[in-house]
Write a protein that binds this ligand. Structure first.
Ligand code: ATP
Ligand code: MG
Length: 178
């Protein structure tokens, strides 16, 4: 009997080449914080973590995402932060800009509509730079990463012996009806 294919999925903002390169500027500010940096090609901003999702649920989520009609916006990520319990250092923006909050809200609604349980905590803008960190970076305010956001992505995550590998499996343009 064939098992229903299930994938570990999440919705994310996936940086383009320019932003990915600019993200490297923040690395030197994290020296002495301990932990391990996220590989450059893996940097992303998670919008909604879905977990292991079967095909029917994925289809449901994709249809719900098709119905999202929000305009493009620009992020100005200008804060470094450290969360002690998950031991991550992130680049973020506080408070979360309204259009990003709206997008994450729509995706939470999509999850509920498709029988998944969204994270009950309020969304906070954070792009993880370093894991298993021990210390807060010395600089909190940093020169902003300006990131014009005109799409969001569905990403598959696969854990391999050499580390996690992400694959963007679908992209939705903002301001365009799919
Ligand atoms: P690894 O788990 O191998 O260290 P990872 O955490 O980057 O790698 P995933 O666990 O597949 O890979 O997670 C994908 C994305 O979703 C990451 O940005 C991760 O921080 C986020 N994420 C994972 N689990 C949760 C969760 N329970 N709640 C919120 N976000 C999560
Ligand atoms: Mg994980």
């Amino acid at each position: 009997m064939t098992e229903t294919a299930s994938q570990r999925l999440f919705f994310a903002l996936w940086p383009g080449g320019v932003q990915r390169e600019q993200l490297e500027r923040y690395r030197p500010l994290l020296r002495g914080c301990g932990g391990r940096p996220i590989r450059p090609e893996n940097l992303h901003l998670t919008l909604a973590f879905l977990g292991n999702v079967d095909e029917a649920t994925r289809k449901c989520l994709e249809q719900a995402a098709d119905a999202i009609t929000l305009p493009p916006f620009t992020l100005k990520l200008d804060q470094l932060g450290f969360w002690r319990r998950p031991q991550v250092i992130w680049l973020g923006q506080e408070p979360t800009p309204e259009p990003l909050l709206a997008l994450s809200g729509e995706l939470k609604r999509a999850m509920l509509a498709c029988g998944l349980e969204p994270d009950p905590r309020p969304f906070r803008t954070h792009l993880t730079l370093q894991r298993r960190a021990h210390r807060t970076p010395r600089s909190r305010e940093v020169p902003p990463l300006e990131w014009p956001v005109d799409s969001f992505m569905l990403v598959a995550s696969e854990t391999r012996p050499e580390g996690v590998v992400y694959e963007v499996v679908r992209e939705w343009r903002l301001g365009v009806v799919s």
